[in-house]
Design a protein around this ligand. Structure first.
Ligand SMILES: [Cu+2]
Length: 105
């Protein structure tokens, strides 16, 4: 994210659950880490391009999530594996819609 021009304030905590709860990350969308960018939640390995699109389009939503630890996502690259996962836009009701589909097809 730094390379993409984001300023990072890195916080390490054992208590990720209460952070995710506080920011309204639905259980089904949770991943290993949670970022807050301009008031939006970015959950998990969401590519920088999607975060930029979120910030430029400013949809009415809580944030973006890449649930789990999808292989091929930033930081999870594997040799010969193309990204194959979905970035989900979710609202305060916990409803998600596909924001960006990465497909290796
Ligand atoms: Cu992860």
């Amino acid at each position: 994210m730094k390379k993409q021009g984001f300023v990072i304030n890195d916080v390490t905590t054992e208590d990720m659950d209460s952070i995710k709860q506080k920011w309204g990350v639905p259980k089904s969308l949770q991943s290993c880490h949670t970022a807050i960018v301009d008031g939006y939640v970015v959950e998990g390995h969401v590519p920088a391009g999607d975060v930029k699109k979120l910030l430029s389009t400013k949809p009415k939503a809580v944030g973006l999530a890449a649930p789990g630890m999808p292989s091929g996502s930033p930081g999870m690259e594997m040799d010969g594996t193309k990204p194959n996962f979905s970035v989900i836009l979710f609202d305060s009701q916990g409803n998600g819609t596909t924001f960006h589909e990465y497909s290796n097809q």
